[in-house]
Design a protein around this ligand. Structure first.
Ligand SMILES: NC(=O)c1ccc[n+]([C@@H]2O[C@H](COP(=O)([O-])OP(=O)(O)OC[C@H]3O[C@@H](n4cnc5c(N)ncnc54)[C@H](OP(=O)(O)O)[C@@H]3O)[C@@H](O)[C@H]2O)c1
Length: 277
């Protein structure tokens, strides 16, 4: 029996992160059977993290560390990195999940929001992974899930910065996985398609209507599908996970279609006037 199992989850206050925390608390208690299950929950919304922590303590008897942190703030990240670097455990999982998008043309994007997207979507996973890697390598079993997106394989107009940030996450994951081959650390990039969470509301710019969000209803998958497929994939040491058959097929198409075909498809979106600066 393992003495301690630890799961570190960024973006644990809502959506996938919150669902990963609930699912993992049960999994670690019932399947891994660790004597002590430690969950580390990271996001800005301290109240939401605290109520999730209370629930996990009551339902699964977990030891929960609540770490309120703005991952777009380098100083706050540095403090968090120091704390995470000191964690030791026989079973460890890091889920780099926190992220945000920005729907709309790049010319009208806000530079500060672009900076925050870069810091949260790309810099934070890099810094957290680097800080925890020595402990992950010392653990008996260790796992890293990086939440990328179907957008990782596609340049998307009106979603340019976000898609580029997710390409970074997927590429970083693939390379890290190869570097760690031969160790017992599994690294998986999870690439969901659209899912109803607060992601869409956060990504929508002020004054824009829900209708301008680009995806059709039938293309959506569910939060449990992403969480269960993602965990299955990392435990089985799969490099990538496209949750649901339709997203797997879409990923297959995007990765195999010639660039000129993708450019043609992406250029056929409804034209919008380029605003004057
Ligand atoms: N939903 C989708 O359609 C979809 C599809 C593909 C990939 N994804 C990816 O999945 C991940 C999770 O998204 P979700 O759909 O679960 O969205 P969500 O419900 O909006 O959750 C985003 C999480 O990130 C945290 N976060 C955002 N900015 C942060 C910051 N500056 N510092 C710390 N935490 C921050 C939020 O917490 P606080 O606000 O409390 O800080 C929240 O817990 C993201 O990386 C997203 O890009 C989502």
């Amino acid at each position: 029996m393992l003495a301690v199992a630890t799961a570190v989850i960024t973006g644990a206050s809502s959506g996938f992160g919150e669902a990963f925390a609930r699912h993992l608390a049960g999994y670690l208690k019932n399947s891994v059977k660790a004597e002590k299950v430690r969950m580390v929950l990271i996001a800005r919304s301290e109240d939401k993290l605290n109520s999730l922590a209370d629930e996990l303590r009551a339902q699964s008897g977990c030891d929960v560390m609540v770490c309120p942190c703005d991952l777009a703030d380098p100083a706050a990240r540095a403090q968090l990195v120091e704390k995470l670097g000191g964690l030791q455990s026989e079973w460890m999982m890091l889920i780099n999940n926190a992220g945000l998008g920005d729907y709309g043309e790049f010319i009208s994007s806000e530079p500060e929001r672009n900076r925050r997207m870069i810091e949260v979507n790309m810099t934070a996973p890099v810094e957290l992974t680097r800080a925890m890697l020595p402990s992950l390598l010392q653990a008996q079993k260790a796992f890293v899930i990086n939440i990328a997106s179907l957008a990782a394989d596609l340049a998307i107009p009106d979603f340019a910065m976000y898609a580029a940030s997710k390409s970074f996450v997927a590429s970083f994951s693939e390379a890290l996985r190869i570097e760690l081959k031969g160790s017992h650390v599994h690294v998986t990039a999870v690439c969901p398609g659209p899912v109803h969470t607060s992601f869409g509301d956060v990504a929508r710019r002020t004054g824009k209507s829900k209708k301008e969000v680009p995806f059709r209803k039938w293309f959506y998958t569910s939060i449990p599908c992403v969480v269960e497929s993602g965990l299955r994939a990392v435990l089985a040491n799969k490099p990538r996970c496209y949750p649901s058959l339709k997203i797997r097929l879409a990923g297959l198409f995007v990765r195999n279609a010639p660039l000129w075909v993708l450019r043609l498809i992406m250029s056929s979106r409804p034209r919008r006037a380029v605003p004057a600066e």
